[in-house]
Design a binder for this molecule. Structure first.
Ligand SMILES: Cc1cc2nc3c(=O)[nH]c(=O)nc-3n(C[C@H](O)[C@H](O)[C@H](O)COP(=O)(O)OP(=O)(O)OC[C@H]3O[C@@H](n4cnc5c(N)ncnc54)[C@H](O)[C@@H]3O)c2cc1C
Length: 192
């Protein structure tokens, strides 16, 4: 799905308090979901977003990161969610909690999958987290468009290098830690 839709479907482990924040309802209804936590599978749709963002210093929050998902990003998200729901119904799930504002809170059969096609295109209607942020010190040969050069030297400052995820020019679409470690290892060995 990474090469076709542009998403990766992955199971994730979340603590019960995080799961609780994602279930519909309050009181007894929420309690009923929590009672069945050992029958719950938590999955995510990792989207290779085409949106590009901005980082600004913020007095309140340290660095302020902002980016707006494109219509294409939301379309990929919806398609990924639909595949996930289908996969789980085919594996025997009796309920899929959608987590999308404006959609039914819970789907109960394959017949309802088409609801994803009509789901909102507004990014604010989706619960999302951003854990793979890159490009704050993007590498490139043009100082107007990048912070470091292809050898990871900061443009215009001798002896200053950046060797972490911030030099990636784009997002990777996959879990990045191996790539980050490889870049940092190769770049630091060149310094020796
Ligand atoms: C919840 C979550 C889950 C993730 N899961 C995965 C996963 O399963 N697989 C995967 O590959 N990637 C995962 N990632 C992404 C991955 O963790 C990051 O992309 C990666 O750690 C970035 O590496 P980095 O070295 O660029 O920055 P970081 O790992 O963030 O390191 C930056 C370091 O700089 C330090 N620092 C910051 N400011 C200062 C300062 N002023 N002075 C001195 N030190 C400072 C920080 O304390 C930190 O130690 C996940 C990220 C999150 C948030």
């Amino acid at each position: 799905m990474r090469d076709t839709v542009g998403v990766k479907l992955e199971s994730i482990n979340v603590p019960p308090e995080v799961a609780a924040a994602r279930f519909p309802g309050v009181g007894r209804r929420l309690g009923a979901y929590l009672d069945r936590l050992d029958h719950v599978a938590t999955w995510s749709v990792a989207v290779r977003a085409e949106a590009e963002g901005r980082i600004r210093p913020s007095r309140l929050f340290g660095d302020h990161v902002k980016y707006d998902l494109t219509a294409n990003d939301i379309d990929r998200t919806r398609r990924g969610m639909k595949h996930l729901a289908e996969m789980h119904f085919l594996a025997g799930a009796t309920e899929v909690v959608t987590g999308v504002y404006g959609m039914p809170e819970v789907l109960r059969s394959l017949d309802e999958l088409s609801r994803y096609d009509q789901a909102s295109v507004d990014p604010r209607d989706y619960s999302m987290v951003a854990t793979h942020l890159f490009g704050g010190c993007r590498a490139g040969s043009d100082p107007a468009m990048s912070v470091v050069d292809p050898q990871l030297r900061v443009h215009g400052i001798d002896g200053l290098y950046v060797m972490d995820a911030s030099v990636f020019p784009t997002n990777t679409g996959v879990n990045p830690q191996h790539g980050i470690m490889a870049v940092a290892t190769v770049a630091s060995e060149r310094l020796c």
